[in-house]
Write a protein that binds this ligand. Structure first.
Ligand code: AMP
Length: 456
């Protein structure tokens, strides 16, 4: 079995890996790290959750340490482009973690936040810059950033970039990069148009891909119940009472929705933790540990927060709200039925979610078994215990940011509960609003069966 020591990575990187308790490289890391250490270009067909970030970050950090020199002012030595702020921040954090025993500098730039601080941060130059394309080009246009000294260029989640309309930005970036550089290109799917984009960036690349996940959907027993949105909580109580659940992951689309589910369950004396982007790292870690150790059987999560959650023994995945991106569904239900175990995925589908369900069935080529509401469901809805109150905070440090936003909305006379706020990874602030929404993918995925991947 390959271990991290076999790669010959810089000692400071190995220290960081030990600190993170990484011992065995994931399949994508086994495939990608050796050719990258040799300076080859790489085309990786892999999705978030496979360990691809370390797959590209470790050999890149190794390169930066092996050939040490200062970044030029307003320049960067390694550029990583990601489609969303969430992902950019996550990648930057991983780079900081893996480079924590080094002096390498890591910066993140994305839209939707003031640009001046970013301009200042870049003025001295940085070793690793993680950016979304729109803000990157803004900074270049303002002469706050130049790309002529980039040694390593990484394009992450290329298919999502295309879906979000970044193609022109990417073409522009390609022209600004120096011709001598190492290129890494990652995409969950590789339809023709993405392969064409890859050709523009890559030079004699090694192609690596991790085992397709589409079969997962076939291994999981999938059920669907049609129910009004406002009655989903009663259905959840019913399901939790009736099913033999070892460990269940409950997915909501919004952070607020996740908290609401937890409060409702608490009202009925059922313990659950929520994990989402508004929780502090400490809260997330506590929740995950409690779930992992079996201390709490229910974890309520949003998609983004659930990335990277890999807990064995999840018997049920409950889609309290179903995702509007079909791959997300595959990703969710892939958390159960691991290592040959039979998992159950139960989806609660409100009338306005039926089109999402159709998209999912088309992409996964499976059909969930319909399960009717129980006969006495109306009575269950009526007798549903009240949720516990959300903790009232008086403000200041540690105050729930979701709550702060809602209070601000109320002060402006807006209704914060109007319409579900999706936890779509906020895209690049430079994009038109309409492009920033999560939209179901209509191309690519279906055309490329089996392209959604996971660590085995
Ligand atoms: P990624 O696909 O890069 O987003 O990684 C998914 C998750 O797996 C992240 O939480 C990583 O910290 C974690 N991870 C990546 N590589 C390893 C490894 N070799 N061993 C354990 N965890 C890992």
């Amino acid at each position: 079995m390959t271990t991290f020591n076999d790669f010959g990575l810089h000692a400071d990187i190995n220290r960081a890996l030990a600190a993170k308790d990484y011992t065995v490289p994931t399949p994508i890391q086994v495939q990608a790290i050796p050719p990258l250490m040799k300076g080859r270009d790489l085309c990786g067909i892999a999705q978030t959750g496979t360990g691809k970030t370390a797959g590209f970050a470790l050999p890149s950090i190794h390169h930066l340490l092996t050939y040490p020199h200062r970044a030029t002012p307003r320049g960067c030595r390694m550029l990583v482009l990601a489609p969303t702020r969430e992902l950019a921040a996550q990648i930057a954090q991983s780079c900081r973690d893996y480079g924590r025993f080094t002096k390498l500098s890591v910066s993140t730039v994305f839209g939707g936040v003031p640009i001046n601080k970013q301009i200042r941060e870049l003025s001295q130059g940085v070793d690793i810059l993680v950016a979304t394309p729109g803000r990157l080009l803004d900074l270049i246009d303002q002469r706050a950033l130049r790309l002529d000294d980039v040694e390593i260029f990484v394009l992450d989640e290329a298919d999502q970039m295309m879906d979000m309309g970044f193609i022109h930005s990417l073409r522009r970036v390609a022209k600004l990069l120096p011709s001598r550089r190492q290129n890494l290109f990652f995409s969950a799917t590789m339809p023709k148009e993405i392969a064409g984009l890859a050709d523009q960036f890559l030079n004699d690349p090694v192609t690596v891909s991790v085992a397709p996940q589409a079969t997962t959907a076939e291994k999981v027993r999938q059920q669907v119940t049609f129910v009004e949105q406002k009655e989903k909580q009663a259905l959840l109580h019913h399901v939790l009472k009736g099913e033999e659940i070892d460990r269940a992951l409950i997915f909501t689309r919004t952070k607020h929705g996740a908290d609401r589910v937890v409060r409702h369950l608490a009202g009925a004396g059922i313990q659950a933790f929520a994990i989402h982007g508004n929780k502090s790292q400490a809260q997330r870690t506590t929740a995950l540990q409690a779930f992992r150790s079996g201390q709490v059987r229910l974890l309520v999560a949003t998609d983004i927060a659930a990335r990277g959650i890999d807990v064995s023994g999840v018997s049920h995945v409950i889609n309290f709200e179903i995702p509007n991106v079909p791959e997300q569904y595959v990703h969710r239900i892939g958390r159960t039925a691991r290592a040959g175990a039979e998992g159950i995925a139960i989806s609660f589908v409100a009338p306005d979610e039926k089109t999402y369900l159709r998209d999912i069935e088309r992409v996964t080529r499976t059909k969930a078994e319909p399960v009717k509401l129980p006969d006495d469901f109306n009575e269950m809805v009526r007798s549903l215990p009240k949720p516990v109150q959300a903790p009232r905070n008086t403000g200041g440090k540690g105050r729930d940011p979701q709550r702060q936003r809602e209070d601000a909305q109320r002060r402006k006379g807006e209704n914060p509960n109007r319409g579900p706020r999706r936890e779509a990874p906020a895209g690049d602030g430079a994009q038109p609003q309409s492009k920033r929404r999560f939209r179901p993918r209509r191309s690519g995925v279906g055309a490329h069966k089996g392209a959604v991947t996971r660590v085995g």
